[in-house]
Write a protein that binds this ligand. Structure first.
Ligand SMILES: Cc1cc2nc3c(=O)[nH]c(=O)nc-3n(C[C@H](O)[C@H](O)[C@H](O)COP(=O)(O)O)c2cc1C
Ligand code: SF4
Ligand code: SF4
Length: 255
């Protein structure tokens, strides 16, 4: 079983390609059933690096889930160039659940946080093509049950930055807001928010207090109505994996 989390489709695409090449099944983290996890002969995680760390939804999922012991367990992270402590933290979290991570790897992808930092990447075609080749290599290692786990060391400065980003001050800064003048109440962000944090209020979409700063809503709003308090978002800054359709990412059936 390959359990994935994805905001803009990069990790979804990698999880789908790995599942196809290893005869496995890719399941969104919100849909992974405890009973099926316990029956699995191998468990893989595929998710993006957020702020040098694991996305909070993935952390919470691992903390609350029971895993089978002594099975093949792997973690594949997608990132924009700095893996930070994501794999170290994944290994540590799983150890707390008595699970040894057997295999890890990473895939360089287009950067989904460019809105936050105002960056624009021109490497979408190059990175997605290279990623395809890397996935073929990873899939072959997974089929052969390669054990490459060397542990790795914690980068303390990056851990401090991750911690600061999770602070309430920065959380508020990076929580998106919806411009109700532009919002047409199409419902896309409500359905796509993996934290179930967007609801309909007075016939408009409204962002609640449990945002995990994944930026999924910002990237997928067809009217570019979602932005940060301090930074307007432009249509050309929106990104999603070129081969991923919105319906593949929608896992909430709210409407
Ligand atoms: C909130 C946020 C924080 C991010 N932080 C990092 C980071 O610390 N290092 C990095 O290399 N990429 C970072 N990225 C980029 C993503 O890890 C990368 O684009 C990833 O492939 C996105 O995967 P997804 O499309 O499955 O969500 C960040 C993206 C977001 C949205
Ligand atoms: S996706 Fe955009 S237009 Fe649609 S409901 Fe959300 S904010 Fe409104
Ligand atoms: S409100 Fe937007 S940024 Fe926050 S968790 Fe939902 S989709 Fe992600």
């Amino acid at each position: 079983m390959i359990i994935y989390f994805s905001g803009t489709g990069n990790s979804l695409k990698i999880a789908q390609q790995l599942a196809e090449q290893t005869n496995d099944t890719a399941i969104h983290i919100n849909q992974a059933e405890q009973s099926e996890i316990l029956m699995s002969s191998s468990i893989g995680f595929v998710f993006p690096v957020y702020n040098y760390d694991i996305p909070v939804l993935v952390k919470n999922f691992i903390k609350k889930t029971d895993f089978p012991k002594s099975i093949f367990t792997f973690g594949i992270i997608t990132h924009g160039g700095d893996k930070g402590n994501a794999l170290f933290n994944l290994s540590t979290l799983l150890k707390e659940k008595d699970v040894e991570l057997t295999y890890t790897n990473d895939v360089l992808m287009p950067v989904s946080s460019r809105i936050m930092y105002g960056m624009v990447t021109d490497k979408i075609a190059e990175r997605t093509a290279n990623a395809k080749a890397k996935v073929t290599h990873i899939a072959s290692e997974l089929r052969n049950r390669i054990n490459n786990q060397k542990g790795g060391r914690k980068k303390h400065l990056l851990a401090l930055i991750s911690h600061m980003v999770e602070s309430n001050f920065l959380k508020k800064r990076f929580t998106p807001v919806i411009d109700s003048e532009i919002c047409t109440n199409c419902g896309i962000c409500i359905d796509a928010c993996p934290a179930l944090n967007i609801t309909e209020q007075s016939s408009k979409a409204f962002i609640g207090a449990n945002c995990v700063q994944c930026m999924t809503c910002i990237h997928w709003c067809p009217h570019v109505a979602i932005h940060f308090k301090s930074r307007q978002v432009k249509a050309k800054q929106q990104y999603h994996h070129p081969d991923v359709k919105l319906k593949e990412l929608i896992i909430n059936k709210n409407r």
